[in-house]
Ligand binder design. Structure first.
Ligand SMILES: [Zn+2]
Length: 161
């Protein structure tokens, strides 16, 4: 495994839609392993492939709960409901945090590294992290959804995605 370099904003690759993954091979597995190691190294709760310079629909989320590491390849949202507003950060925007409103619940469909399709339901912070990463795959950055930026003293316990 290897720690990859994080692409910081501004960068073209962060603002364009990513390509669909067609091949579920060993290279993909290695990329996912590297993404995990990179996310842990930079203390994030999620990471999308464009954030390490790869324009493919691959993202991972790990909020350190029972769900473990969620690997999402070609993910799609099937259902959303409710609403939540909370602080968000992004590994591609070091030191920048803002309040973002998103659905409280999300049901997604995605593929795992073996190419097997699965569905997943998430709510609250896990749903937020999943939606933040999926936005990256469409070139959508959290800053386009921030309603209020947060000051340093408001940041206790906020993690980056
Ligand atoms: Zn992000």
């Amino acid at each position: 495994m290897a720690i990859r370099k994080i692409v910081n904003y501004p960068a073209e690759i962060l603002e364009q839609p990513c390509r669909t993954v067609m091949k579920f091979d060993r290279k993909l597995g290695k990329l996912l392993d590297d993404m995990y190691e990179t996310m842990i190294e930079f203390d994030g709760v999620g990471l999308a492939a464009p954030q390490i310079g790869i324009d493919e629909r691959i993202a991972i989320v790990d909020i350190d709960d029972d769900s473990g590491t969620i690997e999402m390849i070609n993910p799609q949202i099937l259902e959303t409901s409710g609403e939540q507003t909370g602080p968000e950060g992004c590994l591609s925007f070091p030191g920048l945090y803002g309040e973002v409103t998103r659905p409280y619940f999300v049901k997604i469909e995605a593929f795992n590294r073996k190419g097997r399709r699965y569905t997943l339901k998430a709510e609250d912070f896990l749903a937020r992290a999943i939606q933040h990463e999926m936005d990256h795959l469409d070139g959508i950055l959290f800053t386009s959804k921030v309603t209020r930026y947060l000051e340093q003293d408001e940041l206790k316990g906020v993690e980056s995605e």
